[in-house]
Design a protein around this ligand. Sequence first.
Ligand code: MN
Length: 297
Amino acid sequence: MKLVSFNSGQIGLVTDGGVVDLTDLSELPPGMWPPVHMVRLIAAFDRSAVLERAAARAPIPLSAIQLDAPVRWPNKVVAFPANYRAHIEEAKAQGQLISRKAASGQGFFLKANSSLSGPRDPILVPNVQGREVHHEMELGIIIGKRGRGISASDAPKHIFGFTCLLDMVVRGKEERVMRKSFDTFCPIGPWIVTADEVADWTDISLSLYVNGELRQRATTRDLIVDIGRMVEMASSVMTLEPGDVIASGTPAGVAPVIAGDLVKIAIDGVGSMTLNVEADPRGDDPVWHAGEKDGAI
Ligand code: MN
């Protein structure tokens, strides 16, 4: 199944004819704030109720709706750094690595939930002079069932599905959460594909193109911390909630994007989305221009 959020407060199922509205299954009114419709659908997921509605209702053509981030208001967005060896080598060469450890020895970080954006939204490059904004192509893992202390072998029971995810970042040495939490720095979409539709999680292929040029290509086979271990590690610290998003970490090939670029991410068996990069006049702050001595203690 492919599940979408659309029109700023509705959710639905993608069928051959378009999107079948499932907003009533969330038991929340369309457009309600906070937009937790998908989180509630996932938390009380009832496959037969979804199929029943899909059979009874006329689909809306995809061209007639605006797709949003499939999960708009999760409890958290967990992200794994340095999770492909080739990317660690490239980051070392570029002097970007904060820690010399891989995710297996470094753990994870969080991105602000408000950095999530959807498949029709542009990526906004903040007006921070002298800094590069890089794309990181990642698999987004959507949690289905609450859990704490989940073992890697039990992880599949807690995974609802997958989505395309870009972990955008301002390069530099400031706190990672600040550099990675600008609005629109976590595009996800175009939908969530339920886990049952992805045959082999250990070999999912991902590709990223900028202006039609291949920049990143990888498979989950090369992950250092695999999907089961990501769930195990994150849930050793925090209760994972339905709708939580886990970003897998990026392979080699990260590079800058600038206003006017077109970024396409494609994940086999999941989907693809193409995003415009636009300039945002906001975002500057003295912290980005502080010298080595500023803030010294
Ligand atoms: Mn990343």
